[in-house]
Write a protein that binds this ligand. Structure first.
Ligand code: EPZ
Length: 418
């Protein structure tokens, strides 16, 4: 199992390029199931989750042509299988995103329930309830969702919890339904907007993406498109936090500062100087130690849960006490026990972590448990005294393209060991 060995103490300086957003590329790849003609998707990050999604779509019959830059042509004229088996879905929960497209275009789907993961039970009841409201006949047994529909019809769907992939699944399904669907309390994440823009370029009629109410007027069929995935705001935020923690100066390029206002505000509060252009952000910490900040995670545009572990790591070495409340997932503090082993002073009270910043963390062997927790541990290693070994980094490879290459480019001492 791969490990990362990181020697702490170097301020990060320099420039890196941000990759396409994993959480936009995944639903956009699934949406190619809806199109009668080929689609060309570019700026797709080279990540394990992307490979998993493509192998799942491939076994359904999508033919892929991929170039060396991972520009992808997807042909969906010969879909012959409508199943997403457990052995694939258990490795990547986002496989659930094939459910809406399969039912909408082919009237049938047999998709394994994703099951929980390290950060929570992560049910998909809202995906199922929404498709049922659109006329799908759904049966859940033996760990599988069996869905059938002659043709989905429009419906008004109130989602009682804001769900990103739930909104995405239902928006894709509604694009080919007969009539108008309104999604109330919809997720507003930029990745939802990116999917909506991609669907519109395929011929879908969608209004309100990015707001809490999305209106979709179904059409008879959708055509392939040529679409470039938006930049990854969480990768962007992660490297900016790395610069803040190490007192360095980093410019992230091929990104969009408008996607992470809540994160940038917190880094300004921590004492960073931030300048921004239309596709870059530069953060300069001028060698200073960050000040502790208080965080309350919530759906977009509030502070993203996917940046919580990274800010926990920053608060661990910041000046002062930081309070951090996680409201989206019920078990997203797995990184805290690992940070405590590095000397962090953190107390958990329910879903709030009270973090008393210390001057220095100590290197220690630590273990990644989920994608963003592992990012938090890598950040902590960058400022710890000594060489930290981060184990089970297959988690990190799911969401960060070439992380050791990009961190080395910024002056970190990091290497992978097998
Ligand atoms: C998406 O997961 C992201 N994944 C997650 O990123 C991200 O953390 C999450 O949204 C929140 O922003 C992808 O986009 C592939 P949710 P998703 O449905 O859609 C509850 C990463 O690090 N819920 O928005 O699965 C659920 O339990 C990953 O890249 C229901 O109760 O998250 C949770 O408490 C981790 N019933 C809350 O809603 C449902 O039917 C938000 O979950 C659906 C969700």
């Amino acid at each position: 199992m791969d490990k990362l060995l990181i020697k702490g103490g170097n301020p990060l300086n320099g420039e890196i390029c941000i990759s396409g957003a994993k959480n936009a590329a995944l639903p956009i790849l699934a949406s190619t199931l809806l199109a009668e003609t080929p689609s060309y998707i570019s700026n797709v990050p080279n990540l394990q989750d992307i490979t998993t999604m493509m192998s799942l779509l491939g076994r359904m019959g999508i033919e892929f042509v991929i170039d060396e830059k991972l520009n992808i042509e997807a042909k969906s004229h010969n879909i012959h299988t409508f199943t997403a088996p457990y052995e694939m879905v258990k490795t990547m929960r986002a496989s659930i995103l094939v459910l809406g497209p399969l039912v909408a275009r082919f009237g049938q789907a047999y998709v394994s329930l994703p099951g929980g993961c390290a950060i929570g039970a992560r049910p998909v009841n809202l995906h199922i309830e929404g498709l049922t409201a659109m006329g799908a006949d759904i049966n859940v047994e033996g760990g599988y969702i069996t869905a059938q529909a002659k043709r989905l019809h429009g419906a008004t769907i109130m989602m009682d919890i804001v769900t990103v992939t739930g909104t995405e699944n239902l928006m894709m399904a509604a694009s080919l339904a007969d009539g108008v669907t309104t999604l109330e309390n919809a997720a507003r994440e930029p990745e939802v907007v990116d999917l909506a823009n991609c669907l519109k370029s395929m011929g879908a009629h969608i209004e309100g993406a990015g707001t809490s109410t999305i209106r979709i007027e179904g059409v008879e069929k959708l055509s392939g498109t040529d679409y470039s995935v938006l930049p990854d705001r969480i990768e962007t935020g992660t490297y900016l936090v790395a610069a803040t923690m190490t007192g360095g100066k980093v410019k992230v390029k091929n990104t969009d500062a408008n996607l992470l206002d809540a994160v940038l505000l917190k880094l300004l509060e921590a004492g960073a100087t931030i300048t921004r252009g239309n596709d870059w952000i530069e953060l300069d910490m001028q060698g200073r130690r960050p000040r502790a900040v208080n965080i309350h995670t919530s759906p977009y545009p509030a502070f993203p849960t996917d940046m919580q572990a990274q800010l926990t790591a920053m608060n661990a070495i910041a000046e002062g006490v930081g309070m951090l409340t996680e409201t989206v997932f019920e078990n997203r503090f797995m990184h805290i026990s690992e940070l405590q082993r590095m000397g962090a002073e953190i107390r958990l009270e329910g879903n709030t972590a009270i973090i008393n910043g210390v001057e220095r963390l100590q290197a220690a062997p630590v273990m990644a448990t989920d994608l963003r927790a592992s990012a938090g541990l890598v950040l902590a290693s960058l400022v710890a005294e000594g060489e930290t070994l981060v184990d089970r980094i297959y988690h990190i490879d799911r969401g960060y393209e070439r992380i050791e290459e990009k961190l080395t480019q910024l002056g970190a001492e990091i290497r992978r060991s097998h």
